[in-house]
Design a protein around this ligand. Structure first.
Ligand code: ATP
Length: 223
């Protein structure tokens, strides 16, 4: 039987007079690619925002890996294993491609500020390990050749890929992708499909918002 990784039960969120989500129910099984589709303004990004702790639902429950996460803060939810990308790319433009991913791996750092300031052996080891892991992720995503390039100078398609790499840097169980194919040509979409399937095959669970039905129909296990 499939195991539910994420479950929303009767989730409602109101902003003043606007009900953005009204009694939303759905779940994502462990190891699947689940797509969330709907017209513009339906509330898809708002689902990502309540799942990742940007907003607290007005009512209802969100359960992740057996734990209720409604009231958790964003950093706590990231630490528990939910990562996301954004519809409008949000990278650290002045940082290199590699640094963008290393920053994400810091979420699980144990050595703390003092360790970093005094360069303790533990902090140095963690730094080295995070650097190696960031390179591995960039290789997997296919942009390690750009590791030392400032994120803002990457071609558009690579910036989208870097967003995914950065999300993987937090070592998530669930990866939420918000319109990853936006602005892509058919060949780039095909490559993205292959990448998302590879990500699923590596053991990650994927929740996908996407308007392009060609992408959705080709790779989703459930819609
Ligand atoms: P799109 O496909 O265009 O990205 P969407 O399905 O992701 O749309 P949302 O961005 O989630 O839709 O928006 C759903 C509704 O909630 C919209 O009417 C939007 O204006 C409203 N909404 C979302 N966030 C807020 C907020 N912080 N304050 C007020 N209204 C909001």
């Amino acid at each position: 039987m499939s195991e539910k990784l994420l479950e929303l039960k009767n989730v409602t969120i109101k902003f003043g007079g606007i009900t953005a989500l009204n009694e939303v129910n759905f779940h994502v099984n462990k190891g699947e690619i689940c797509a969330l589709i709907g017209p513009n303004g339906a509330g898809k990004t708002t689902v990502f925002n309540v799942v990742t702790g940007v907003y607290t639902p007005t009512s209802g429950t969100i359960t992740f890996a057996g734990t209720k996460i409604n009231k958790q803060k964003r950093f706590q939810i990231t630490g528990m294993g939910i990562a996301r990308t954004f519809q409008n790319i949000r990278l650290w433009g002045d940082m290199t491609t590699l640094e963008n991913v290393i920053t994400a791996t810091d979420v699980h750092k144990k050595s703390g500020l003092m360790g970093a300031l005094f360069g303790t052996p533990r902090a140095r080891r963690e730094e080295r390990e995070n650097r190696e892991r960031a390179h591995e992720i960039l290789k997997f995503i296919g942009i390690d050749a750009y590791a030392e390039v400032a994120a803002r100078n990457l071609p558009y398609g690579h910036q989208r890929r870097l967003e995914i790499a950065r999300a993987l840097g937090t070592n998530p169980k669930l990866l939420c992708l918000d319109e990853p194919a936006a602005g892509f040509n058919p060949a780039e979409k095909q490559e993205l499909n292959e990448l998302i399937l590879n990500i699923r095959d590596q053991g990650y669970t994927v929740l996908l918002i996407e308007h392009d039905m060609n992408v959705v129909m080709k790779i989703s296990d459930r819609i």
